[in-house]
Design a protein around this ligand. Structure first.
Ligand SMILES: [Zn+2]
Ligand SMILES: [Zn+2]
Length: 362
């Protein structure tokens, strides 16, 4: 089975989307005003190395801002209108990142891409080319799945027609599953035949996980499972286990050296509010328990009928106890039904946004 995959695009603080998206993936509230316009680049269309044209100085600033150009302060042409070797190299890298022909000149496609609204975070930071790193991590993860299944994947140059679409999103991004900052949800993916997989751009993802960041490839490996129709696993070491701690690498099969090196690595802010409920049990009414009910509903453990008593209050009722027990069962914890320390610790860890229980099957 041949499946066209993804065109990767990166947009961390999303203003509007730089690449065409299918209509259902567009932000519901498109932000019409784009105050920072890159329209000046239109006047530079056709420019190439060797020319001196007014406005190139501004283009250099643009490419510096997004990490493509880094003149030493006293270098010739650092702040003039000359299209020099450094500028040509920067344009080529830009074109490579955006899947354009690497002409090194300001051709129509390049100008059109550069003038599109984009996120303000640089594509290249401290010499690390974010886009290429992310694409290679995603490619490796797809290769891993291809090696373990009958699926075959290839990278599409056309985002709109790709079967699987991957991107970094911030906040409400139009799929009715808004990310809410660093609230513990690292990513989510929709089951077939939807094909969308979104990283939560408020978290830090890296190729080599360090404390406080998450492994790009481990997260995508997990989410591809959802794209292919898999649910969560209860096996802690499995790729499909819902929690993905910071600085942790998982792979198929799990080599011993890939186990979490720092299992207690500090997780950047997560579902920390749950800590407040440690020790809570049935019969109590504790301010904020309503939020815990929402958490358990989100991940499929709790399903009050809308008019049921305690559906939206802070009371630890029978239904909440049952939900906590099911959660504990899924996560191999003692099924006490109370918010004991182990349960709270597990609930506050960063995890995948896809529910563990869907339509009463887990
Ligand atoms: Zn999403
Ligand atoms: Zn998941």
């Amino acid at each position: 089975m041949e499946t066209k995959v993804f065109q990767f695009f990166l947009c961390i603080f999303l203003v509007s989307l730089p690449l065409p998206l299918p209509s259902h993936a567009r932000p519901s509230k498109s932000k019409a005003e784009n105050l920072t316009s890159f329209n000046f680049i239109k006047n530079l269309e056709g420019c190439h190395k060797g020319e001196t044209i007014k406005g190139l100085q501004q283009l250099k600033k643009y490419l510096e801002a997004f990490g493509y150009l880094n003149y030493s302060p006293n270098k010739a042409h650092a702040s003039d209108n000359n299209f020099d070797d450094s500028l040509e190299a920067a344009v080529k890298t830009y074109q490579l990142n955006y899947h354009l022909k690497t002409t090194g000149a300001l051709d129509a496609q390049t100008v059109s891409q550069m003038t599109a609204p984009r996120c303000g975070v640089p594509d290249i930071v401290n010499g690390t080319n974010w886009i290429l790193d992310a694409i290679s991590a995603v490619t490796r993860a797809f290769n891993t799945w291809a090696s373990q299944t009958q699926f075959r994947f290839s990278q599409s140059q056309n985002f709109a027609s790709a079967d699987l679409k991957i991107g970094f999103y911030h906040g409400d991004h139009g799929d009715r599953a808004p990310f809410k900052g660093q609230n513990g949800v690292l990513a989510h993916a929709f089951p077939p035949e939807d094909g969308r997989f979104h990283y939560n751009a408020d978290y830090s993802f890296t190729v080599n996980p360090v404390a406080g960041s998450f492994h790009l490839e481990t997260v995508v490996l997990h989410e591809i499972g959802h794209l292919l129709g898999l649910g969560h696993s209860r096996v802690q070491d499995a790729v499909m286990f819902p929690s993905i701690p910071a600085a942790t690498i998982k792979a198929f099969p799990l080599p011993s050296h890939a186990r979490p090196s720092k299992p207690k690595a500090e997780n950047p802010t997560s579902f920390g509010f749950i800590k407040h409920f440690e020790g809570c049990q049935k019969g109590q009414t504790v301010k904020g328990l309503k939020q815990l009910k929402t958490y358990l509903k989100t991940f499929g453990y709790l399903n009050y009928s809308p008019d049921q008593t305690h559906a939206n209050d802070d009371h630890f009722d029978h239904a909440l106890e049952a939900a906590v027990k099911t959660y504990q069962l899924n996560f191999h914890l003692k099924t006490t039904g109370t918010l004991d320390a182990q349960t709270v610790s597990k609930m506050t860890a960063p995890r995948c946004g896809v529910p563990d229980i869907v339509n009463r099957t887990n």
